[in-house]
Design a protein around this ligand. Structure first.
Ligand SMILES: [Zn+2]
Length: 332
């Protein structure tokens, strides 16, 4: 059983990055966040591949990208449930010479070119996740020991100073670690493991990062507007009769506006007015925008001049990029 991972955050950052003008003060911040999210996806893919390849000599369930709430929200990269214990695998994809520092707790990284960076302590993250998962299990009357392990997906991560009490392994050691879990005491039967996994799936909170601008404190009027060309990626396709034409490469597309309207909801807000849409798509005629928005199956709120359009989370989640192909992200 595997919960499909969402790529929504990466997709949102990618869109935001490309709609920000080069000179914008947030462009570098969004770029580095986008790259670290991508590195995370690469790490997760390495771990997922291990679970596809290896089998373990006892019953178990694996859940990826679990978001739950107990005494606080928490997100688990991978949760391995066995009859003997539950193991949280916190995946990290940080290369370089790594030191787990204590005062204050953080992870420092030194690269070959002497560049130094500081990250949130994975040990603190694991401790917090273990505590919150234990609370979540307790609320449901499920008794099972919880273990937490930090997993580095690449051997290019050299641990110079390990953490105080948390186990650290490379992804390639996951099969050995999990194979040795077997103990004399079974806490969960197969039926109880299924029950636990079902409860997690039911309680799992889909992470929905949209709209991106308010989240990052970016003024929506700073964004580059216009319909994007599906061929050359430039913004500012021109509406001619009932189609869109790219002035850069002459590509024509009848439905080019659809992605841009979706982008508006992913980046800017949850209620779109006719005039906001005209400005974003570069359309003069009120009537044309009304026709476009009405054809998209959006929810209509208000009447007359106050009419606004809403796109449901379900519709946005159904966007082709929400579960964007991970291989495609890694290549991009
Ligand atoms: Zn073009």
């Amino acid at each position: 059983m595997i919960i499909k991972r969402s790529s929504a955050n990466y997709v949102g950052l990618h869109m935001l990055y490309h709609r920000l003008p080069n000179e914008h003060s947030m462009k570098t911040v969004i770029n580095s966040k986008m790259l670290s999210t991508k590195a995370g996806i690469i790490g997760e893919t390495v771990v997922e591949a291990i679970f596809e390849k290896y089998q373990f000599p006892f019953n178990y369930r694996v859940l990826h990208d679990v978001s739950l709430i107990s005494n606080g929200k928490f997100q688990l990269d991978t949760l391995f449930i066995s009859p003997y214990c539950a193991v949280i695998l916190e995946c990290k994809n940080i290369v370089g010479e790594l030191s787990f520092e204590n005062d204050p707790p953080c992870l420092t990284r030194k690269l070959q070119n002497s560049q130094e960076d500081t990250f949130e302590s994975p040990e603190v993250q694991v401790d917090r996740n273990m505590y919150l998962l234990q609370e979540w299990l307790k609320e449901r009357g499920i008794r099972i020991p919880v273990r937490g392990v930090i997993v580095f997906s690449s051997t290019k991560s050299k641990i110079v100073k390990p953490p105080n009490h948390t186990e650290v392994i490379y992804a390639s050691s996951i099969p050995v670690l999990l194979r040795n879990l077997k103990t004399h005491k079974d806490y969960l039967s197969v039926a109880q493991m299924d029950y636990l996994a079902e409860q997690i799936v039911q309680d799992n909170q889909t992470y929905f990062p949209y709209p991106m601008c308010p989240k990052w404190g970016i003024d929506p009027t700073d964004l580059i507007t216009g319909v994007q060309c599906g061929n050359c990626s430039r913004y500012g396709m021109i509406r001619i009769k009932r189609t869109w034409l790219c002035p850069g490469c002459s590509y024509k597309d009848l439905d080019a506006h659809i992605n841009s309207v979706k982008e508006w909801f992913m980046l800017i807000g949850d209620q779109l007015s006719n005039s906001e849409c005209r400005r974003f798509l570069h359309i003069q005629q009120h009537q044309t925008v009304t026709r476009i928005l009405q054809s998209m199956g959006l929810t209509i709120v208000g009447e007359g001049k106050a009419t606004k359009y809403k796109m449901s989370e379900k519709m946005l989640s159904g966007h082709k990029n929400f579960y964007m192909d991970r291989k495609e992200i890694i290549r991009s």
